[in-house]
Design a protein. Structure first.
Length: 273
């Protein structure tokens, strides 16, 4: 189907229509070989409350945005490369049914469909596109994913200290590492996570200690790898840079070369320690 639609006039018209709906706020979507496979409205579990979002599935990207006027105007465009996507089916809750999680290295979030059949169709098409892309590029599936943010209404108290109660004056914050809802005292630290942002991000105290420990381990491992090289170089005199008096034979020689909230059966309150 993808090969049949690629570079056809009808496909170009459909992609142009999507671009037009996003207007100047959206990015150009037309590329050689890119095919629009389907679209639909899904409910996205946002920080404040679930909200309807328009989703467009292409053979290489997933695009979604906020609905201003359905079929006519959208904004807040987001583009997700399918190579970076992993899917996870989730159980129903009292508020939301037919749920699944879209996990990527930069952002993970939960969506729900209007019916079980619709969820199966979305997941089936997404998995088929992802499998085709990974086979085509030779890449391995993404194994590091950003933690989804726990909705604000999931808790009235800090999920780390379990003491601070949220109110109009006591704001909720989210740890960018674990996604937990935490108070200001439990999330005063910032840590640089290049996979998520070029700037240091807010993290809870527990995640900050874990990240520091991981950074220390990486530094020690790097020193361990560098030590054999330093040992091998001992005894060599620095080169003058002038090799005009070397023989041809000499010239030919070279130098030797954490528990996800949505998937865990453990109550979150046990994570505060």
């Amino acid at each position: 189907m993808v090969d049949h639609l690629a570079n056809t006039e009808i496909n170009s018209q459909r992609i142009a229509a999507v671009e037009n709906c996003f207007g100047a706020s959206g990015q150009p979507l037309a590329l050689p070989g890119r095919v629009l496979l389907g679209e639909g409205i899904l409910t996205k579990e946002c920080r404040k409350k679930p909200k309807p979002r328009i989703f467009f599935l292409f053979n290489d990207i997933l695009v979604y945005g906020s609905i201003i006027i359905n079929k006519r105007k959208y904004n807040s465009q987001h583009i997700i490369p399918l190579e970076d996507v992993t899917l996870e089916t989730l159980p129903d809750t009292l508020q939301m049914k037919n749920r699944w999680m879209i996990k990527t290295s930069k952002k993970s979030f939960v969506v729900s469909a209007a019916s079980l059949t619709e969820r199966k169709e979305w997941i089936s098409h997404l998995e088929e596109c992802i499998k085709h892309l990974l086979t085509k590029t030779g890449r391995q599936p993404c194994r590091e994913h950003a933690a989804p943010w726990i909705p604000d209404k999931a808790t009235d108290i800090c999920m780390r200290c379990t003491q601070t109660k949220f109110s109009t004056l006591t704001r909720r914050h989210h740890c960018r590492k674990c996604g937990f809802v935490v108070c200001a005292d439990c999330s005063r630290q910032r840590f640089l996570m290049p996979r998520l942002s070029p700037k240091p991000l807010r993290v809870c105290n527990l995640c900050y200690r874990q990240l520091l420990a991981e950074k220390k381990e990486e530094a020690e491992a790097e020193r361990g790898r560098a030590e054999p090289i330093r040992s091998a170089l001992q005894g060599y005199e620095p080169s003058s840079g002038d090799d005009s008096d070397k023989s041809d034979d000499e010239k030919g020689e070279q130098w030797p070369a954490d528990t996800e909230f949505y998937t865990s059966e453990v109550c979150w309150s046990s994570f505060h320690s």
